[in-house]
Design a protein around this ligand. Structure first.
Ligand code: MGD
Ligand code: MGD
Ligand code: SF4
Ligand code: MO
Length: 892
């Protein structure tokens, strides 16, 4: 294939054989140094100064996907790139001829590089000529984007990470930063130990690990943020907290906001009642915010993923505008991004509601972008937002859909409908690293993508810092960077000149030139300096914050809008008079039992990444939370009549799923929490988005993932068993899959927990006994069946009362060993004694070790545990949990 020679597979090596790159996971954007064998944090990177959390530190290990997609596949058959790309180009051309360009959709991702994103956007909007390209950032950052645009006139994050260290009051709203942005949280922890004045307030319905470490936690009623921040604004008015000069000079909309706030419903007592928080605590927060000029408000999905996500963002920004605290050292609102290049996607214009490079669909912008692209056509109006895009696929208005670097079968709300749409789509193209995702299973054409470490590119993190990812190994098989596949389709559709990129740097320079094109300072997004750099200079690029515009000095680049001049037509920021609204919920099922009718919140776990395609196969990342769960507090558990640890059905008006019922006293009564991560790859009926209604914020189109109405019912477990084996268990003789299973990785094999409601233990034994050679032994609470192959142990099936806590690592150690009955008995005994939960994944320290150091060795302080066991000494994410254990077990 001629094009192959053009792909820049490796980039120049940094000295000492190691290259500098950035992490593939969260929006903190940590710098990494690696030679492909070892990996460390990059001590020169401004985001992390050398620190990494467990996900970043495990990147080399996670690169070994259990199954990589190595070649293109068309209709399930191995195809050449030429065949696949020609096929796509022909079908696109045909569909456009028949149904117009709106019949084609792209659904892309904040995990793409800026270059991939730019080419996708240019192809769709400038060459196919419609704007039906949206991204998973719609599910993630679109409310913040709209809030920024409404308030500042442009989607610009005014702050940088240093502000989190410079402030004296840090308010975290709807974010579990300790788990989701661990290295930012570590910087906060360190700043707090240097500056005891720094107060941390956390506003979250759950007492998360972040809230555990706060000076004040406001466990507000889900969805009530706008009332809380409107109350703050009124408090500022009434307690001399306004910066009147700033408001007069730099802000519009004050009269409308004042009128809204002129209501007793925003008095602290009334707000406390609306939000369900203690009035004294609320007043303490208001007082602190009113008096402390150096305050930063950090927010994420508890704000964005709501039916009024945009309004929530604006209500936070209002409080900062009223006090003149925007873009100043230690004083700013700060929307933090989720994915590694969520910000880069916003820059190129990957959202259907933007055209390109911070320009919209005004005639002037469309003409300007079209002239720059010299394109035959240009999208003239916004395209469909993610949820609507999939509705259009479902309705067959979109006939061809290209999904790149995202897993919508799991991550979009109302998954049953999304799956129907994917299954019935006339032409579904999926670009992936693995064929084994819930979305890839529906694809007509699968394109193998080069992933982290195999391809380079540019990313922008939460603080507008542009870094480069660099390749250090060749992609396997015929995997190729996504931009290349997109450009090839463009060329094959007849746009050879527009997509004749020789490599990443050509694309980056073109994008940078677009940001500077006819930009006399109206658009803050200005990367003009990049456009002038040579390949060698771009390859050696060091992280830097935009604007990259000679008119803006290096110091000024740290923060934006600090001078009070905004990107609006009149240069003033806009206050938005926003009214509180309740979450929009499905009605409860008519037969829902009292006490089993809960409000479901969803979010992330510390050690997993999204749909687990990247992290679920690594034993040590699965150890802390190996099974899908739903948690409620003690009171709710009692009221439900259900038991902690049992399997339950969780149903909504949409669908139902199964998970283990667990207790978490950090939740309010009748509020439940489920992690978002489990997919059909890891459990029989997981996928929390089966339950979530496709309710969206009307302004941003972002789904309300954080609130759903659900009902629970017990699952009538008749047997529960744990399988640890070299291969998957053979249960064909059962005639079907067991009703429930959940998979976790173990070293050297497969591990599954299985449960069934329609057969009993003896039927299970019969089902396996008919296949191969087995040894069945009694075990306390049940039995164990040992599968033998040439007198070696090939698998163990433990059927009993409580296989949840068995130490699977010890059992896996028996695989492939010759049968030795006394060793088997002693290992079983130890395994039955249970596994201890891993508290510190980085240093691999379990709860049992920590408790024994406290109880048996009399260690009274966290610092003692840190020096003895080293727990909490790397990324610091588990410090809150260590403190909790110290408080619980320390002799009084
Ligand atoms: N370990 C890990 N880290 C990640 C990711 C991951 O998958 N795993 N993903 C990355 C991505 S893409 C993103 S977007 C970020 C997300 O980062 P976060 O937003 O910090 O994470 P979430 O767990 O989704 O939700 C945040 C919190 O919102 C709270 N919440 C729910 N409803 C409300 C409400 O009405 N009001 C308020 N104030 N709070 C509410 C929830 O209880 C939850 O604790 O994480 C990034 N980092
Ligand atoms: N209930 C609920 N649902 C949610 C959320 C929630 O809080 N609650 N959060 C939402 C948010 S904020 C987000 S960001 C989404 C995330 O949801 P998704 O984007 O669907 O999740 P990922 O698992 O990150 O999927 C990325 C896929 O891209 C593949 N991949 C990785 N690198 C590359 C590459 O370079 N090229 C290509 N072609 N493929 C690649 C990976 O193998 C993986 O399968 O989920 C959303 N859904
Ligand atoms: S904090 Fe985020 S960017 Fe940094 S190492 Fe962890 S996952 Fe990667
Ligand atoms: Mo996200």
């Amino acid at each position: 294939m001629s094009e192959q020679g053009l792909i820049p597979i490796t980039e120049p090596q940094a000295q000492s054989g190691a290259i500098k790159t950035t992490c593939a996971y969260c929006g903190v954007g940590c710098g990494i140094q690696t030679n492909g064998q070892q990996l460390t944090g990059d001590s020169d990177h401004p985001a992390n100064h050398g620190a990494l959390c467990i996900k970043g530190a495990s990147l080399l290990e996670t690169m070994a996907y259990p199954q990589r997609l190595l070649y293109p596949r068309v209709a399930g058959k191995h195809a050449s790139w030429d065949q696949a790309l020609d096929h796509i180009a022909e079908r696109f051309t045909q569909i456009i001829d028949e149904s117009g360009p709106e019949a084609i959709g792209f659904y892309v991702s904040g995990q793409l590089m800026t270059e991939d994103y730019y080419v996708a956007n240019k192809l769709m909007k400038g060459y196919l000529g419609a704007a039906n390209i949206d991204t998973n950032s719609r599910l993630c950052m679109s409310s913040a984007v709209m809030a920024h645009q409404r308030a500042f006139g442009e989607d610009v994050v005014p702050a940088c990470y240093a502000d989190l260290e410079l402030c004296n009051l840090l308010v975290i709203v709807g974010a579990n930063t300790a788990w989701t942005h661990p290295i930012v949280f570590r910087r906060i922890q360190q700043a707090r130990s240097r500056n005891p004045q720094l107060k941390l307030v956390v506003i979250d319905p759950r007492k998360t690990m972040t809230a555990e470490q706060a000076d004040l936690h406001l466990p507000l009623r889900p969805g009530s943020d706008v009332a809380l921040f409107n109350g703050l604004c009124r408090y500022l008015q009434q307690n001399n907290g306004l910066d009147e000069r700033y408001i007069a000079d730099h802000v519009s909309g004050y009269a409308e906001l004042s009128q809204l706030l002129d209501s007793a419903e925003y008095e602290p007592a009334a707000v406390a009642a609306t939000c369900g928080v203690n009035e004294r605590d609320l007043r303490a927060f208001y007082h602190w915010f009113c008096r402390e000029p150096k305050s930063v408000t950090l927010f994420c999905q508890g704000v964005n993923q709501s039916n009024q996500g945009t309004d929530k963002g604006n209500s936070i920004i209002n409080a900062h505008l009223l006090t003149g605290r925007v873009g100043k050292p230690g004083a700013s609102p700060f929307s933090i991004t989720g994915q590694p290049n969520a910000m880069g996607g916003r820059e190129v214009g990957g959202l259907a509601t933007q055209l390109a490079a911070h320009m919209g669909f005004s005639e002037q912008h469309c003409d300007r972008v079209q002239r720059f692209w010299r394109s035959p056509t240009i999208a003239r109006k916004p395209g469909l937002k993610a949820v609507d895009l999939f509705t259009a696929v479902h309705e067959k208005k979109i006939r061809a859909l290209w999904v790149i670097a995202t897993n919508p079968a799991i991550s979009l709300p109302d998954s049953a409908r999304v799956r129907e749409a994917l299954a019935n789509c006339e032409l579904l193209i999926v670009s992936e690293m693995t064929p084994n995702t819930d979305t890839a299973k529906f694809a007509d054409i699968l394109l193998p993508a080069a992933g982290w470490g195999e391809r380079g590119g540019t990313v922008t993190n939460s603080e507008r810092c542009i870094s480069r990812q660099r390749a250090f190994t060749a992609p396997p098989g015929e995997a190729r960077p996504d931009w290349w596949a997109l450009a090839e389709v463009g060329k094959r559709m007849g746009f050879a000149e527009a997509f004749a990129y020789q490599g990443l740097n050509d694309i980056l320079r073109e994008f940078a030139a677009l940001t500077a094109f006819e930009n006399q300072g109206e658009r803050q997004l200005h990367l003009g300096e990049l456009a002038k750099l040579s390949d060698a200079e771009l390859d050696a690029w060091q992280p830097a914050r935009w604007p990259l515009n000679p008119a803006v000095s290096i110091v000024e680049r740290d923060r934006r809008f600090g001078d009070g001049h905004f990107s609006t037509p009149d240069g003033k920021a806009r206050l938005m008079a926003v009214q509180p609204q309740l979450p929009q919920l499905d009605l409860p099922a008519p037969d829902a039992s009292p006490g089993r009718n809960w409000l479901l919140n969803t979010g992330r776990l510390r050690d997993q990444w999204h749909t687990m395609t990247r992290t679920g196969h690594l034993t040590r990342l699965m150890e802390t939370e190996p099974y899908p769960r739903i948690s409620v507090n003690h009171t709710t558990l009692l009221a439900s009549g259900l038991e902690q640890g049992q399997l339950v059905w969780i149903g909504s008006r949409r669908d139902q799923v199964l998970a283990r019922l667990e207790r978490d006293d950090g939740l309010a009564d009748d509020e439940a929490f489920m992690p978002m991560h489990w997919s059909d790859l890891f459990t029989a009926r997981g996928g929390v988005n089966r339950l979530v209604a496709p309710v969206v914020d009307p302004i941003s189109g972002q789904p309300q993932f954080k609130q759903s109405r659900v009902q629970v019912q017990p699952f009538a477990t008749r047997w529960l068993a744990l399988w640890v084996g070299q291969h998957e268990p053979e249960l064909d003789a059962l005639g079907r899959d067991p009703d429930w299973w959940s998979r976790r990785p173990v070293d050297g094999g497969e591990c599954r927990l299985l449960a069934d409601a329609s057969s009993d233990q003896s039927q299970l034994w019969q089902a396996i006994a008919s296949r191969g050679q087995w040894l069945k032994l009694p075990m306390p609470g049940g039995w164990v069946a040992v599968k033998l192959s040439n007198q070696r142990i090939a698998g163990l099936l433990l059927c009993g009362d409580n296989p949840w806590q068995l130490n699977v690592g010890l059992l896996a150690g028996l695989l492939a060993t010759p049968l030795n009955l006394s060793l088997l008995a002693s290992t079983l005994e130890q395994a039955l004694a249970g596994d201890s939960r891993m508290v510190c994944s980085c240093m691999r320290v379990s709860e049992r070790q920590i408790v024994s150091a406290i109880v048996e060795q009399g260690i009274q302080e966290r610092s003692g545990l840190q020096s003895l066991l080293k727990c909490g000494t790397n990324c610091g994410t588990c410090i809150g949990e260590i403190d909790k254990l110290v408080a619980k077990y320390r002799p009084q």
